[in-house]
Design a protein around this ligand. Structure first.
Ligand SMILES: NC(=O)C1=CN([C@@H]2O[C@H](COP(=O)(O)OP(=O)(O)OC[C@H]3O[C@@H](n4cnc5c(N)ncnc54)[C@H](OP(=O)(O)O)[C@@H]3O)[C@@H](O)[C@H]2O)[C@@H](O)CC1
Ligand SMILES: [K+]
Length: 492
């Protein structure tokens, strides 16, 4: 599990640790980790040109001490001192090691083999001011890669929010613990690779603000069929999706559920989608509906409701009946539009997982779509608390929020997944995990991980289509769990 923390959490932990250490010890640890990462990126340190962008705080101090270490190894290191003041001891060490302070605009950034962004770290507030903004833009325009110290300057360490200009790093060397803003877009997209330097903060850290599951975490959570499993005990998913107008959503949601390991999928819908589901998935158990009713559909362990369902009376009645059941329900797409109109529908005791994209969450909460995109964490958390449900907010980093738990973020996706129908597949995958007994929090975060990985497998760097993502879900599970998938050693 990768954990991340807000700036306030980090600062509090640092204070407790600093009280036990000699002055400056933490910064020395940070700087040596930073210098080592820069050296690796440079390949050959001797003779290379390194330009430091140095702000007025300790973030600049880290850069200066690291610059001193690189200068001692023969690099030509120049520092642009951008703040109204400069970390004194760091500057002294830097100059003593042979580093040079230079003005901005002397071509130092353009000539560099590597730029080190030490403008601001966790002490930043608001959009980058001048001259920092100008320097961030110059670093972005330069040919050399940028290594960000702690966080890319311009990215809010606690949220990933970016107001105005920000540094685009190839590598972010982060001190003591990951910052939340490095795991959540738009910040995550600007951080590049993230390397964590251990400065001994571990014992002083509180519960994390956000966490990201690793492949091993997901593998450990995924339900596995045991020898005595039968199709009912492996989890029966009910899918209420699709309409005579939108048939594909039904096919994709059923496919996602089947291929993510549901023991059985029951599909209930009108004639057109029934015909499509039947021809694509003979495995599904189908009830063709003459009227909107779940009577006679049979027991399920979880429902997926909403993709392509429409928003008319039929859809509203189906949604209400699904929500009147006593099993977990995943609501997506048109189901969310209906819930936005009629919040009372959510009043139930059994768990609810909603899977909006930013536009759908906007309808649910009234916040602007752009505002949600800019601060995904805050809005997902707020919606989970307000609605009393688990919220999986889709996007380039998917976040899963549930009251009183760290937000889970997922970065396995690829931009190619932003195409029609992939959300329907995700709802089926998550529904299969719910039906197999995972709670909404685990089902949502594991489904996001698997779906992202399946997207990568289906894409391989090229366009993908939603049915291809569903088809790649077993390969994604195989990649995570390998031979132990059956719960037994692989046959020879
Ligand atoms: N604490 C520790 O033990 C350790 C800390 N470590 C390191 O210290 C970093 C935190 O250092 P920090 O607290 O000095 O703050 P930091 O991020 O350098 O900048 C603060 C200054 O920037 C300015 N400024 C703010 N906003 C701005 C804006 N929008 N646009 C422009 N300027 C802006 C403002 O200065 P002013 O403008 O007031 O002169 C403010 O005072 C941390 O990220 C890590 O790298 C490591 O060495 C490990 C040990
Ligand atoms: K920085």
């Amino acid at each position: 599990m990768r954990t991340a923390y807000t700036a306030d959490q980090i600062r509090a932990a640092e204070h407790r640790l600093m009280a036990r250490l000699p002055e400056g010890a933490l910064m020395q640890r940070a700087a040596s980790g930073l210098a080592a990462a820069c050296a690796t990126m440079l390949g050959k340190v001797y003779g290379s040109r390194v330009t430091l962008l140095v702000g007025s705080g300790d973030n600049g101090g880290d850069a200066l001490y690291a610059g001193a270490l690189l200068a001692r190894r023969g690099a030509r290191v120049e520092a642009v001192l951008a703040g109204s003041r400069t970390h004194e001891a760091g500057l002294e060490a830097f100059l003593l090691a042979g580093g040079r302070a230079v003005e901005a605009g002397t071509g130092t950034i353009e000539r560099a083999d590597l730029v080190v962004d030490g403008l601001v770290g966790i002490g930043a507030s608001g959009a980058l001011r001048e001259p920092y903004r100008e320097l961030a833009l110059a670093a972005d325009a330069a040919a050399a890669p940028t290594v960000a110290v702690d966080v890319p300057s311009g990215v809010d360490a606690s949220s990933g929010r970016v107001e105005g200009a920000a540094v685009r790093a190839a590598l972010t060397v982060t001190m003591g613990a990951r910052k939340t803003g490095l795991l959540v877009d738009p910040g995550a997209a600007l951080a590049g690779e993230v390397e964590l330097v251990d400065i001994g903060l571990g014992p002083y850290l509180p519960d994390p603000d956000v966490v990201a599951l690793t492949g091993a975490d997901v593998a450990a959570l995924l339900p596995r069929p045991a020898a005595e499993s039968d199709k009912y005990r492996r989890g029966v998913v009910g899918v209420v999706a699709g309409s005579d107008q939108y048939t594909g959503a039904a096919v994709l949601a059923v496919g996602g559920a089947l291929l993510a390991g549901a023991g059985m999928v029951r599909y209930a819908g009108p004639g057109e989608p029934v015909a499509q589901v039947r021809s694509h998935w003979p495995e599904a158990v189908i009830t063709e509906l003459e009227r909107p009713s779940l009577d006679g559909v049979g027991r399920v362990q979880a429902w997926v409701v909403g993709p392509g369902l429409g928003t008319g009376d039929w859809a509203r009645e189906m949604l209400a009946q699904v929500l009147a059941s006593d099993v977990p329900v995943l609501i997506d797409a048109d189901g969310l539009t209906l819930v936005a109109r009629e919040r009372d529908l959510l009043g139930r005791d059994a768990p609810v997982l909603v899977t909006p994209h930013a536009g759908e969450l906007s309808r649910l909460t009234g916040a602007g779509r752009d505002e949600i995109e800019a601060d995904r964490l805050r809005h997902a958390r707020g919606a989970a608390a307000d609605l009393g449900v688990t919220v999986l907010l889709k996007g380039s980093t998917t976040v899963v929020a549930e009251p009183d738990r760290p937000v889970r973020v997922n970065g396995t996706g690829t931009a190619w997944l932003a195409t029609g129908g992939t959300g329907d597949v995700l709802s089926g995958v998550a529904g299969a995990l719910l039906a197999q007994g995972l709670g909404c929090y685990d089902a949502g975060s594991c489904a996001a991980y698997l779906h992202g990985l399946a997207g990568r497998i289906a894409s391989s760097g090229a366009p993908l289509h939603a049915a291809g993502v569903a088809a790649a879900v077993p390969a994604a599970i195989r990649e995570l769990t390998g031979r132990e998938l059956t719960g037994r050693p692989a046959p020879r």
